[in-house]
Ligand binder design. Structure first.
Ligand code: SER
Length: 888
């Protein structure tokens, strides 16, 4: 039975039993705790927790899921997919265990003619949570399962939660016995490869808190109702019904392997290690396509990082299989052809999906060879120094310069029998981490308990009046402090205010919230922030400055007009910069995020490489020309398909409702889906000054700009700066560039002169060192600390000169120096000394450790650097000893 058919039968079975068919949610739901949707129940969590009232009590879905925790198992076991489809049925306080078991059993065992999957009932097993006698009885009663094919298992296996606080409950799993050739007798308890789990029925009845593992978390108490959440692995069922050996050989995945065989020239099924790489390619190609379709772009943290790692693993696997050309484009075509029947977005959005995947491949191919070489060299150095740990700095360079995700480096290291100093790597990555942390902090309400707002969310959306007026009368529906309803708030107190209507813009779409005041008789409360809950409820965060605010009050909510004016300039300015970017760079400059507030905007977009000065100048001038053209701004409501047809730009990964608002500035110039506040004519934006452009992770860039009066202030400051420079150079402003150029030229001449003087000073030491050479066996040895501060090349010149002075007797020169916290060193060995077996490169090992140093070279010359200057005396002793040994 084909996979698409398995999905269809599942949904039909449950629709017949009164369930509403609900489409799969995006792989990315707005939950900062969850990287990707990893179970069918995720989109229903607010219903289980009682935070929202479900529109149905029975639902069924086939949910796209991504789990990457077991990524190392992909291709190795028979059953690990990073992308899979979970078919499920859900009861929200409706039926419970009995029906859940009955529905599942029927679908599995009914004959194919009867709409079922036709599994042999005698090969099915079930498990239940330790004390769940009820489930055990029901399996016997409803399914007729003999007691010896029902096993009790502990919390780690049979108590399910999302791994984070939320709904949880005991579960009961259904397993299929693949037969004795696949493993030991004894049921799921004994062997999970022979007994394959195909379905998990969760009796969702409790709420969990924080914890440390699958079987160690706090149960906070019962949910408002008893619910059902089940999940059947569509790929696993396909693998059993299609009589193949593993999930990678099922009908939708195997064609990708076939394509990879064609592209690499190797054959699947010939060599085990090759097979694993084929499966990795097939699995990851599909996951990557699905993630990109849902708006993920390759990046250096969070979701983007996972996608990057998947794509780069494909590229490396293909290379190891012998591919000498890019393969990504053709792999994506196969994924599209296989998966589109269930996921038409793969066809409609194919161009973008392919661009992103191929872009990542070509970026990585550029550095894969040189990065692999760097890695191989690092491995050699590590092995030569008898260490087993690749330094964190190498991993960082591989990451930073060559685009090797750290996990890829870890994998490669473990293939070479080594480990990586991950701690060193992490500390070098601290800056990137800091950025991720700031992003997370910026997401307000990330971990808050939202139950308190439910009543108001259910009541219907807050009426936003702020497109038409800046002050509105409103009713205070509730006051909330620290998650608790309070009747009043008095002077000096901070409180959240829920109004039935409000002119204040709540932060969304990159525009930060309006500032303003709420007033009434004797009352004045300053609005510091406005956030949306469940996208529809406005929550005003205020500080009461005068009087008292009470639930039920009728108040005036007012936007600070000056703030709003600035905010509209910022937001319209963002649209103008976006349009200009696309005009200058083309449609591949896809928006990845934005933020705007009065006077300032920033815009993030997907793009490889830095923008040239000419591109930046063009973007700025196209933007300002469009501002100057005084385009009228139109906003209107329409439906999503119509808006897309008109060419309105939408943000990938954003879930839009049926009705969308379009903001159009200057006809075709700029048209975007947007709920923000805007100017009425483009000239009201005022001048836009690009501040610069920077990388925010590989493949992603950011432009920032000032708008309106802030633009003027910025330029005025620059002018003052220039005037200051002109004054210190004592030339008119327009002569500054020529004057600076002249000064730079003079500086260069002076630096050269200084170099020469320094070199002479260094060489004046040569005679002294040569005179102090002493005989060790047959060898003349100079092993000394050079004057502090002599580094790198100077030290080398000095050592070479000293060696030259020592004539035709075997001679060794070792010089170390203490320079800016480093300990550079050079070893020079002349020909006669080499002939008696002394090699410069090998001498390093004798004294390197004393100064925590590393380095190497050839027989005649070696150099390197250490970090511990206090070890210089013992390093010198060590090398003297070693030379003595070698000199007989
Ligand atoms: N939520 C459960 C699981 O993911 C059943 O759907 O296994």
């Amino acid at each position: 039975m084909q996979t698409h058919e398995i999905r269809r039968r599942f949904l039909d079975h449950y629709v017949r039993a009164g369930h509403t068919e609900v489409p799969s949610a995006s792989l990315i739901l707005n939950d900062p705790n969850l990287l990707f949707v990893n179970a069918g129940m995720v989109q229903f969590v607010p219903y289980f927790l009682g935070q929202q009232t479900p529109p149905y009590t029975r639902a069924t879905s086939v949910q796209k899921c991504v789990r990457t925790l077991d990524i190392d198992n992909v291709g190795i076991t028979t059953r690990h997919n990073t992308f899979f489809q979970m078919a499920g049925n859900f009861s929200f306080g409706d039926y419970f265990k009995r029906e859940a078991i009955e529905f599942a059993w029927k679908l599995l065992t009914n004959s194919v003619d009867d709409g079922g999957y036709g599994f042999d009932a005698d090969r099915l097993w079930a498990t239940a949570y330790l004390d769940d006698d009820e489930a055990i009885t029901l399996w016997q009663e409803v399914a007729g399962l003999p007691i010896d094919r029902i096993q009790r298992r502990g919390m780690a296996d049979n108590y399910w939660s999302m791994g984070i606080p939320g709904p949880c409950g005991p579960c009961s799993e259904i397993y299929y016995d693949r037969g004795p050739q696949y493993g030991r007798e004894g049921g799921p308890e004994a062997d999970e490869d022979r007994y394959l789990e195909i379905w998990n029925l969760v009796f969702m009845q409790n709420e969990r808190g924080l914890g440390t593992s699958k079987d160690n978390y706090e149960i906070l108490g019962p949910l408002p109702k008893k619910n059902i959440d089940t999940g059947m692995g569509v790929e696993r069922v396909a693998f059993l019904l299609q009589g193949v050996d593993n999930v990678y050989e099922t009908d939708l995945v195997r064609p990708v392997i076939t394509k990879a065989e064609e592209l690499t020239g190797r054959r699947y099924g010939a060599v085990h290690s090759d097979d694993i790489r084929f499966r990795v390619i097939a699995d990851h190609a599909r996951t990557a396509a699905m993630l990109i379709a849902d708006g993920v772009n390759p990046g250096n943290d969070g979701r983007g990082y996972v996608l990057r790692r998947l794509l780069r693993r494909i590229v490396r696997s293909a290379k190891l299989l012998g591919a000498d050309k890019p393969t990504m484009g053709e792999l994506m075509v196969v994924v599209r052809d296989e998966m589109s029947e269930s996921y038409p977005e793969l066809t409609t959005d194919f161009q973008r999906i392919e661009n992103v995947a191929v872009g990542e491949e070509s970026a990585f191919l550029k550095t894969l060879t040189s990065g692999t070489k760097l890695f191989t060299d690092a491995v050699e150095t590590v092995k030569a120094t008898k260490s087993t740990v690749i330094p964190g700095s190498e991993a960082f360079t591989l990451h930073d310069t060559y685009g090797f995700p750290i996990d890829l480096t870890l994998e490669m290291a473990s293939e070479a029998g080594l480990s990586v100093d991950e701690e060193g790597f992490r500390s070098l990555m601290a800056e990137q981490k800091q950025r991720a942390k700031q992003d997370a902090q910026a997401r307000k309400h990330a971990h808050a308990d939202l139950t308190i707002y439910k009543e108001f969310v259910d009541r219907g959306p807050t009426e936003f009046t702020g497109f038409d007026e800046l002050a509105s009368q409103a009713n205070v529906l509730a006051l909330i402090r620290n998650g608790v309803r309070v009747p009043t708030a008095t002077k000096g107190e901070d409180v959240e205010v829920i109004l039935d209507r409000s002119p204040l813009y709540a932060e969304s779409g990159g525009q930060i919230a309006d500032r303003g005041v709420i007033t009434a008789n004797g009352l004045r409360a300053r609005v510091n922030d406005v956030q949306k809950i469940a996208k529809t409820l406005w929550v005003h965060k205020v500080t009461v400055e005068e009087g008292q605010l009470t639930e039920g009050d009728v108040v005036d909510a007012q936007v600070d007009p000056q703030w709003r004016h600035g905010a509209t300039q910022g937001h319209s300015g963002t649209h103008m910069v976006h349009a200009a970017l696309r005009q200058v760079l083309g449609p591949n400059a896809v928006q990845a995020g934005s933020l705007n507030k009065p006077g300032y905007l920033r815009f993030d977009f997907n793009w490889q490489g830095a923008l040239s000065d000419a591109q930046k100048a063009d973007i700025e001038s196209v933007t300002n020309d469009a501002v100057g053209a005084d385009f009228p701004v139109h906003t209107f409501i329409t439906d999503l398909p119509k808006a897309k047809k008109m060419g309105a730009l939408a943000l990938f990964g954003e879930n839009y409702g049926d009705e969308v608002r379009v903001v159009e500035i200057g006809g075709p110039f700029s048209m975007e889906l947007c709920g923000g506040t805007h100017v009425q004519h483009s000239s009201q934006i005022g001048p836009v000054t690009l501040l610069g452009e920077s990388a925010i992770g590989s493949g992603k860039r950011r432009v920032e700009a000032f708008v309106g009066l802030d633009s003027y202030k910025y330029l005025a400051k620059e002018r003052a700066l220039l005037a200051g420079v002109a004054a210190s150079l004592k030339v008119p402003s327009e002569d500054v560039p020529a004057r600076v150029e002249q000064l730079v030229e003079r500086l260069k001449v002076a630096e050269k002169e200084l170099e020469r003087t320094k070199a002479q000073a260094v060489l004046s030491n040569v005679g002294g060192f040569a005179d102090r050479a002493h005989r060790v066996g047959d060898v003349l040895l100079v092993a000394e600390a050079a004057p502090a501060g002599i580094a790198g090349n100077d030290l080398r010149t000095l050592a070479t000169e000293v060696r030259g002075r020592l004539g035709a007797t075997p001679a060794v020169v070792v010089l170390l120096s203490d320079a800016d916290g480093k300990v550079p060193f050079v070893v020079a060995v002349n020909k006669p000394a080499q002939e008696i077996g002394i090699k410069a490169g090998e001498l390093v090992a004798s004294f390197g450790p004393a100064i925590s140093g590393r380095g190497g070279g050839k027989a005649d010359m070696a150099q390197g650097s250490g970090s511990d200057a206090s070890g210089i005396p013992s390093a010198l002793d060590a090398v003297r000893k070693r030379v003595a040994e070698l000199a007989g």
